[in-house]
Design a protein around this ligand. Structure first.
Ligand code: APR
Ligand code: ZN
Length: 245
């Protein structure tokens, strides 16, 4: 099926988008698994797993210090984020469910965003109730790592989901609810190999939704989809919008 029929499906409403690292690639943020992806130079078992964080948090914090410029400082919403914000503004997109922690959907103007993996906007103490904004962490990572709580000296952690941790149940439930109530789900820029990204399309289809995959490289769910575009999200999404209204 082609882009014209996808436009018609979008006009019919009930659209939900699910995004992964690929949607931010054109903002200069490396993906995780693709060429040049974070996990090609940092072993996620060491730099992003809860087990290792509990053993030695300095690895994660070094990863954060070395990569935060991509995720936080230099990144601006790209054409893909802006198109999704326009869709929501037009009343044609109910919500964005994202695995990304870069906050770029909100920066583009989307109001209904479910951040399944948390974000780098908030940090908290691993022992007490203290929470810290990013600005505080920025100062702390100039000092020896890991950053420590002012109240109790314990290690500070980001409010993101590490490998080996459960996803926040309320957000996960919201994501499945949105997927099962949608008439069309757009899976954009995700390799669809990590749970729940691999599961959401099944849930949506089982509830009668149609599925569109927009991803540079093939995914394991391509055969299962009603539309597949192996193209950059920043090209496909603006093209979709062009003749939509
Ligand atoms: N437009 C569309 N797709 C793109 C683009 C682009 N400009 N650039 C890359 N891609 C595709 C790649 O082909 C790849 O299949 O985006 C996909 C990104 O896949 P991953 O790196 O696996 O990212 P994601 O699916 O979001 O990873 C899920 O795994 O490591 C964890 O917590 C991390 O949230 C992340 C999760
Ligand atoms: Zn504390």
């Amino acid at each position: 099926m082609n882009i014209t029929s996808l436009r018609a499906a979008i006009r019919a409403g009930g659209v939900v988008a699910f995004t992964g690292a690929g949607v931010s690639e054109e903002s200069g943020i490396p993906t995780y698994r693709g060429t040049g992806g974070f996990w090609t130079s940092y072993d996620p078992d060491k730099y992003a797993s809860i087990d290792y964080f509990q053993q030695d948090p300095s690895y994660f914090w070094a990863f954060f210090r070395d990569t935060r410029r991509f995720l936080i400082h230099e990144a601006k919403p790209n054409a893909a984020h802006k198109s999704l914000a326009n869709l929501e503004e037009l009343g044609l997109l109910d919500a964005v469910i994202t695995q990304n922690i870069d906050g770029l959907h909100q920066a583009a103007g989307n109001k209904h965003v479910v951040e399944l993996h948390g974000s780098y906007q908030k940090f908290s103490c691993t022992k007490c109730d203290a929470v810290y904004p990013l600005a505080h962490i920025e100062r702390e990572i100039e000092k020896p790592l890991p950053p420590q709580c002012i109240e109790c000296d314990s290690v500070i952690r980001p409010d993101i989901v590490f490998f080996g941790e459960m996803l926040p149940p309320d957000k996960l439930e919201k994501a499945y609810q949105l997927a099962s109530q949608s008439k069309l789900i757009l899976m954009i820029g995700s390799s669809l190999v990590v749970y729940p990204a691999a599961q959401v399309p099944h849930v949506a289809k089982q509830s009668g939704a149609r599925l569109a995959i927009i991803n540079l490289e093939p995914t394991p769910l391509d055969d299962f989809a009603d539309w597949v575009f192996h193209e950059k999200a920043g090209i496909v999404l603006p093209e979709l919008l062009e003749y939509l209204t």
